[in-house]
Design a protein around this ligand. Structure first.
Ligand SMILES: [Zn+2]
Length: 149
């Protein structure tokens, strides 16, 4: 596995103990909703078949990693809605093959702190009110990073 295949969202802080290996217990409406928001944002890169698991990460400060070839996202631990939604928005960007030619040192991430593909988790308006307004919004204009508003 190359570094390019295994991309990670780096957390600014990691305060919780890592969850045990295995399938995500977060198989609830929040996970389904966050996956729906992320799938809409990135045109459903895995045709609705994204596997999300919880397992320790290679980097102690990573919140998640993604294997695009397997449509698989691994979270370091179970997450509340925020940051779950922005983390999945970011990881789905990797599934969709996001690249930033303007960021040659880390082309799988954006150098723009406002982009969901910036490598540090931050709030995203698409996750507001549990994603309901965003999911109801019809496809239309696009953001700087190419995802629908
Ligand atoms: Zn990333």
């Amino acid at each position: 596995m190359t570094t390019a295949q295994r991309t990670a969202l780096i957390a600014t802080t990691l305060t919780c103990v890592l969850a045990p290996s295995g399938a995500a217990r977060a198989a609830d409406w929040k996970l389904d909703r966050a996956k729906a928001v992320a799938a809409k944002a990135w045109n459903d890169p895995c045709a609705g078949d994204v596997q999300v698991a919880v397992a320790p990460q290679a980097g102690a400060d990573w919140l998640a990693s993604t294997l695009p070839s397997q449509c698989r996202i691994t979270l370091a631990r179970e997450l509340r809605w925020n940051p779950l939604c922005p983390v999945l928005l970011h990881e789905y960007g990797h599934l969709a093959g996001y690249t930033d030619p303007g960021n040659p040192l880390d082309p799988h991430h954006s150098s723009d702190p406002d982009s969901i593909m910036w490598p540090f988790v931050h709030a995203d308006a698409r996750c507001a009110r549990h994603g309901i307004p965003y999911l109801k919004r019809a496809a239309g204009s696009r953001r700087k990073d190419g995802t629908p508003k």
